[in-house]
Design a protein around this ligand. Structure first.
Ligand code: BES
Ligand code: MN
Ligand code: MN
Length: 463
């Protein structure tokens, strides 16, 4: 029984949280070049901690971008080997004036810790580290062999780790993967995530005149790139949320009748979701599909921002020479990023109005994934969650993307356990991101129990 390790977790709760706060103070925003040094600092912080608790072969692995953190402990002979994944990079914190406490000054409030990265994903990465620490400190060993791989580019598509994984290095040889970067369906409802959407993130750049122009002097004769963009964007998706790119939906694999039935029995209240999670006067999207189907199992297309022109206070009368729209599409099983991008690019070419040029760029992409639940590692996980929360686990999908999870399956053939401890109101990517402290502490206990359970499994390949 892992009781000593569990007691250790309870005894050291306060220190664990203090350490997490130090990690959260590092503004490791992967998309902003001025924070590259902070990304490295976060990587070094985790490497130092992994070393301190007794993990071995701890090192940073350089990529073209932010470094990977690697560590292992491989002395559980005859036991399965786990690849524990997470990411130390975070999303930009803006809009800053909407945070009740500053994004990189972690603050405790009503049972939560508030900071950018609290739940996505530093808090959850740190839970892995603390579960390893509790076991190593109390038993001198781990119940399974462990390899840790933590990336710093998840929020920007994960190119570095994708290249590393594709090269199938010995460092990633394992029997299963553990990812804690997802959410529980509801508070106190043990949850495993078994499907993620894929995505392509693109930019459309429209160029009109050779330079910005006086809109009074030239308006009526010069093309306006923003208006051209608006025309293009308005033809990508109709008012029912249906994507108009020809062929885009071809080949989609819908959820099974069994899965759909299971979703229907999840505790989901659409009106509560509309008011408290979304906060809009009405929900939108494809008629004939439930909210869970629309967000988990249907592709979508979104516009994230349209840089260009005049955005200062007041008024400036200008026809901008160029305008950009950041457009992404979420993909579901049966779709591939390459095919989806080709169809999109081809369609956009037909939509270009007179007087402008359009350049389409692919910023990053990732495949959707769907994980079969009939494997012993998933069972071990549900067992561990039951011991902590006393309830049967629900299997859900998520509309979000974690590009590398599909690659673990495709390149490494690893079954993946997505055991995440976020909550639906954690404000991921938004102001006032938080992590529920009860989930942080109980989640560490669940991880300890999961490692113990996984240690009872006979690995398919020994070593
Ligand atoms: N952890 C999230 C994905 C997620 C969120 C999964 C909620 C399940 C529930 C991840 O960090 C993320 O935000 N991914 C990006 C990926 C993209 C930038 C390639 C996303 O989904 O937008
Ligand atoms: Mn994440
Ligand atoms: Mn994220």
């Amino acid at each position: 029984m892992p009781s000593d390790a569990l007691a250790y977790v309870r005894e050291h709760n306060v220190r664990f949280l203090d350490e997490l706060k130090s990690l959260l103070r590092i503004p490791s925003v992967s998309t902003l070049p001025e924070h590259a040094g902070d990304c490295r600092k976060a990587a070094e912080f985790l490497a130092a901690e992994l070393r301190r608790i007794g993990m071995e072969n701890v090192r940073l692995i350089e990529t073209g971008g932010h470094p990977l953190v690697y560590a292992d402990w491989l002395h559980a002979e005859g036991k399965p080997t786990m690849l524990a994944y997470g990411h130390y990079d975070v999303q930009p914190p803006d809009p800053l004036d909407e945070w009740l406490s500053p994004p990189f000054e972690p603050t405790e409030r009503n049972g939560n810790i508030y900071a950018r990265g609290a739940v996505d994903d530093k808090g959850q990465v740190y839970m892995h580290v603390k579960a390893f620490e509790a076991l190593l400190a109390t038993t001198g060993k781990l119940p399974v062999n462990v390899r840790v791989i933590i990336e710093g580019e998840e929020e920007v598509g994960g190119e570095g780790i994708a290249n590393f994984v594709a090269s199938n290095p010995p460092e990633l040889k394992a029997d299963f993967a553990l990812v804690s970067d997802t959410e529980m369906f509801a508070p106190d409802l043990p949850t495993l995530c078994v499907g993620l959407r894929g995505m392509i993130y693109t930019e459309l750049e429209v160029r009109g005149a050779k330079t910005d122009l006086h809109s009074g002097v030239y308006g009526g004769a010069a093309p306006n790139p923003f208006f051209a963009l608006a025309l293009i964007l308005s033809q990508l998706k109709d008012e029912n949320g249906h994507i108009l790119i020809p062929g885009f939906y071809d080949g989609i694999i819908p959820p099974s009748a069994e899965e759909l039935k299971a979703w229907e029995s999840l505790p989901f209240d659409e009106e509560n979701y509309r008011i408290h999670e979304v906060g809009a006067s009405e929900l939108v999207g494809e008629p004939g599909y439930s909210v869970l189907e629309r967000t988990w199992a249907r592709p979508t297309l979104e516009v994230h921002g349209m840089p260009g022109g005049f955005i200062g206070a007041g008024a400036k009368t200008v026809i901008p020479a160029r305008a950009v729209a950041k457009v992404s599409m979420r993909l579901v099983p049966g779709m591939t990023p390459q095919r989806s991008y080709d169809l999109y690019q081809k369609y956009v070419k037909h939509l270009i109005p007179a007087g402008v040029e359009v350049e389409t760029r692919l910023i990053h992409s990732g495949e959707a994934c769907l994980i079969p639940v009939d494997n012993p590692y998933i069972q071990a996980a549900t067992h561990a969650l039951y011991e902590v929360w006393g309830k049967e686990t629900v299997f859900i999908r998520s509309g979000g993307s974690i590009p590398i999870v599909g690659d673990f399956d495709r390149h490494l053939g690893l079954p993946c356990v997505m055991m995440g401890f976020g909550l639906p109101d954690d404000n991921l990517h938004a102001p006032n991101e938080k992590f529920n402290l009860k989930n942080f502490f109980l989640g560490i206990e669940a991880l300890v129990r999961f490692f113990e359970e996984a240690g009872k499994i006979e690995p398919a390949s020994k070593g």
